[in-house]
Design a protein around this ligand. Structure first.
Ligand code: SAH
Ligand code: SF4
Ligand code: F3S
Length: 439
């Protein structure tokens, strides 16, 4: 390779991808590769991709197109992640300069695939159907996040929501043994991390293959690892959300005051078409458990607007649900038709302009609701973990246990390091963040 054993890696998509990239980087470094900051400097250019919505997938192909000129000067290209798994060898047709296509379930074969690439092979695939039940664990994770240690505890998804590509892109659900999860949590703590985030597409569908711990028990055990001060988990599926999880949060102070519980729609009719496995009432029951906790637990959610057949009255049901739950944050998406999913063949599509209009109404309402709920934190003193600085505004950026962003000033002459904790008095509130000063 013209530029030697160097690689550039760009990650798209969710935290699972971000963490997979940490493992891929560690594996490449172990194979003698050095990470560089731009495509131009790299012998090997890798994109770890997301295919959850059409736009996410387009981004990858645009990026590939922009960089393809580097093929002539010797660079080689690899497409990893969800687009790779879903599109498979079709990627070679669409982007013939790509040499490697690998889904996440094949990363354990990366060293072998890299050797073949170095030997000059031009069409290498790792498209394991992920039926083996194995999870990808490596001792070489190159942690990129300075303050948060990620641990994937369950890979894949068996839910087959009718709109979603993840079950095809990530394969069947497979959980990692709880003893191995706890060993990694201890290693992370030894590295100096105080925050751990447990990851899974349905993190609370976790089934310990060793049969030792339920998800809530594992959560509590991770929270009790010496040195760990904050534990988060993403993403919980409402159907598998148990009271035991709320009890664990109540019992173990290190478990953060935040649950992300995607509802997708407030209409039971649409939820059924989505194949979500719960009704509006089931969902609200789970919310009532969370709201009855001893600590105030912030709730966030994901919502899809414009699912095929969504009527104004279905959308209205979603808006009513919003008013009832009062989410602390919300990710709203326009429904995007994905190849090979059952929803892609459903009738009564909602027009693009109607989807955009509904999304706008949703986000406006949420902003107003957050403006009110965030304003209730005025005057409070919150524990904030430092994530970085904003030099332009001479502010420190951090997050409360409830996952609310906090921008604050600090009288100390030395800037606190990412991962340190400060008590911050909230002096101003905004719809998406809090502001204050360290006390
Ligand atoms: N496993 C998680 C989320 C996975 S994807 C869960 O079940 O909640 C993250 C979010 O992307 C989803 O919650 C959903 O709101 C959104 N999403 C997934 N597929 C989509 C599609 N086809 N169109 C629009 N949004 C989608
Ligand atoms: Fe997709 Fe549904 Fe699985 Fe979430 S639970 S990843 S939305 S299929
Ligand atoms: Fe995207 Fe794959 Fe995550 S489709 S959201 S990167 S699991």
């Amino acid at each position: 390779m013209a530029t030697g054993k160097t690689f550039y890696l760009k990650t798209f998509g969710c935290q699972m991808n971000a963490h997979d990239s940490e493992k891929v980087i560690g594996t490449l470094e172990q194979q003698g590769y050095r990470q560089v900051e731009s495509e131009e400097e790299a012998g090997l250019i890798l994109y770890n991709t997301c295919s959850v919505r059409d736009k996410a997938e387009q981004k990858v192909f645009n990026r590939l197109n922009d960089a393809k000129k580097l093929f002539k000067t010797g660079a080689r290209f690899g497409v990893l992640g969800c687009v790779a798994q879903q599109q498979g060898e079709k990627i070679f047709e669409r982007a013939p300069f790509v040499s490697l296509v690998s889904g996440s379930a094949s990363y354990r074969n990366l060293p072998k695939m890299l050797a073949r690439l170095e030997a000059g092979e031009r069409r290498i695939t790792g498209l394991d159907g992920c039926q083996s039940g194995e999870t990808f664990e490596t001792g070489f994770t190159a942690r990129q996040n300075p303050y948060r240690g990620y641990i994937t505890i369950i890979e894949g998804c068996d839910n087959f929501c009718s709109y979603c590509v993840v079950p095809y892109a990530r394969g069947r659900e497979r959980s990692r043994g709880s003893a191995s999860v706890l060993a990694e949590a201890r290693r992370i703590a030894d590295l100096g991390y105080t925050e751990i985030q447990l990851l899974g597409q349905n993190v609370n569908s976790y089934r310990d293959p060793e049969g030792k711990r339920s998800f809530a028990e594992l959560l509590a055990a991770v929270g009790e690892v010496a040195g760990i001060r904050r534990v988060r988990f993403m993403t919980s599926h409402p159907r598998d959300f148990t009271r035991e999880i709320v009890q664990a949060i109540d019992a173990v102070p290190t478990l953060c005051d935040h649950v992300h519980l995607p509802v997708q729609s407030g209409s039971s009719r649409i939820l059924q078409l989505m194949n979500r496995g719960y009704t509006r009432e089931d969902y609200l029951e789970r919310v009532s458990w969370i709201k009855a906790a001893r600590r105030p637990i912030a709730l966030s959610t994901d919502i899809i607007v414009g699912f095929p057949g969504e009527t104004p009255s279905d959308f209205n049901a979603t808006m009513e649900l919003l008013a009832q739950v009062e989410y602390d944050s919300l990710f709203g998406y326009k429904y995007s038709s994905r190849p090979d999913t059952p929803a892609s063949t459903m009738a009564d599509s909602v027009s693009e302009s109607e989807k955009a209009a509904r999304l706008q109404v949703l986000l406006d309402r949420q902003r107003e609701s957050q403006r009110i709920s965030y304003s209730k934190q005025l005057g409070q003193i919150l524990e904030v973990m430092v994530e970085g600085v904003n030099p332009a505004r001479e502010q420190i950026i951090g997050r409360s246990s409830q996952n609310k962003p906090v921008n604050f000033t600090c009288a100390q002459p030395i800037t606190p390091a990412p991962g340190s904790y400060l008590q911050v008095k909230i002096t101003a509130t905004h719809p998406n963040s809090l502001a204050g000063e360290a006390v």
